[in-house]
Design a protein around this ligand. Structure first.
Ligand SMILES: [Zn+2]
Length: 407
């Protein structure tokens, strides 16, 4: 009877292996200005000697840089030590939500070229930092992961301890997170990201020229077809008084500004679009709107397929609460409010928006530093188990009270 048992074991293994999807872990929705591949890293002087798991931040960063540099021949990327005056990546400490660390954009132009990114490590990460300790998070492994985002790499689904890929997140899960090796897949995709062009769509807009643009709203090489595939924009023909270029791109958490600078009750921005133009739209037509569709992935397929609202790095989001936000450089992410309207289609996993030209005008055109308009979506996080228990107990208590009253 040994053979059937072996066959069962083998088929289980087969199922496990085939259930792990692979889509490209490249985030080609942005690139470094001038295609820079030698990146200067500067550890903020005020934070350099702060310790994470007994190791100084500057030593953690050095180890993570050396690790990536040891495979630079395979990746096409190299890290160098920078200074306060000359660097591409700044490392500092600060609040960083449930995952303990994140990487931001500090500076992006209308063509999605970036001149600075910042990695933020949270000294108050609730599970604590430590090495070879299942209850604590490995800070070097975390730093290697954050640096992967500066190489245009992104999450592929699943956690790092399970996939063995540095570019996969670990989130608040600290078990077996002492991954030290840059995997073959990490190297292979870093090589691809070092040559991939920026994924964006462009059109000439102006008097008598309307435009419809589409870009894939997900990573390349998807193993399945999401319910809605593309992000789209429709620009009416009388929105601009002169011919100019409109650039449209999809964004994800790692390619939009300050995705954690959000209003209360929201954990993080999920994904969205970036719209930029040379000219500020005309505001003389009240009945003219810009129409947009932004697709998302709800993670119903299970872990490993999770891209957006169920990214294992973050607290999941209650899908029907998804709503649109726009980025204001001075205030962070704000709810769309009366600058537009939206509908959410949770069957086809797409948010449709109608925005006022005023919103585009506020952030488009040369007067805004050509930063452009960022739109994104987020919603209410699923309550933590402890909150959920209290919440459920509250419901049970009131149900009991009702029953008692009825008797
Ligand atoms: Zn990450």
């Amino acid at each position: 009877m040994g053979f059937p048992r072996f066959a069962v074991a083998l088929s289980c293994l087969f199922v496990v292996v085939t259930m792990v999807p692979v889509f490209a872990g490249i985030n080609d929705t942005w690139d470094w200005k001038d295609g820079k591949r030698n990146l200067k890293v500067y550890v903020n002087a005020a934070d350099a000697n702060k310790e994470f798991g007994g190791k100084k931040l500057k030593d953690i960063v050095k180890e993570a840089m050396d690790n990536w540099n040891s495979v630079k021949g395979d990746t096409g990327w190299e890290f160098e030590e920078g200074t306060a005056d000359s660097h591409d990546i700044e490392i500092k400490t600060g609040g960083s939500g449930g995952g303990g660390a994140h990487t931001t954009f500090d500076n992006i132009d209308k063509d999605r070229r970036v001149s600075k990114r910042t990695v933020v490590m949270d000294p108050n990460f609730k599970k604590g930092w430590g090495f070879n300790d299942d209850a604590k998070k490995n800070p070097v492994s975390t730093m290697k992961h954050e640096l992967s985002h500066t190489l245009r790499l992104t999450h592929q689904g699943g956690t790092r301890s399970k996939t063995g890929k540095i570019k996969d997140p670990q989130g608040s899960d600290t078990k077996d997170d002492d991954v030290t090796t840059i995997s073959a897949d990490d190297k292979n995709e870093a090589k691809k990201s070092s040559t991939a062009p920026i994924r964006k769509a462009e059109a000439q807009v102006g008097p008598g020229k309307d435009a419809h643009l589409e870009v894939l709203g997900f990573p390349d090489e998807l193993p399945f077809i999401p319910n809605t595939l593309n992000a789209t924009i429709d620009i009416p023909d009388n929105l601009f008084t002169a011919d100019n270029t409109l650039v449209f791109s999809a964004t994800e958490f790692h390619s939009m500004p300050e995705p954690l600078n959000v209003p209360a009750g929201v954990e993080r921005m999920v994904k969205g679009v970036h719209i930029s133009t040379d000219q500020t739209p005309s505001l003389s037509f009240f009945d003219v709107f810009v129409e947009l569709n932004i697709p998302y992935e709800d993670g119903l397929e299970g872990e490993g397929w999770l891209i957006d609202i169920n990214d294992p790095k973050w607290t999941p989001i209650i899908e029907p609460t998804l709503r649109p936000f726009y980025f204001d450089p001075l205030q962070g992410w704000l709810e769309l409010g009366n600058l537009g309207s939206f509908t959410l289609d949770t069957v086809n996993d797409v948010m449709s928006l109608r925005i006022s030209p005023q919103l585009l005008a506020n952030y488009a055109g040369p007067g805004s530093g050509q930063r452009g308009l960022f739109l994104s979506m987020s919603g209410t996080p699923v309550p933590e188990p402890s909150t959920l228990v209290l919440f459920t107990m509250g419901i049970l208590a009131s149900a009991r009270a009702l029953r008692r009253r009825r008797h």
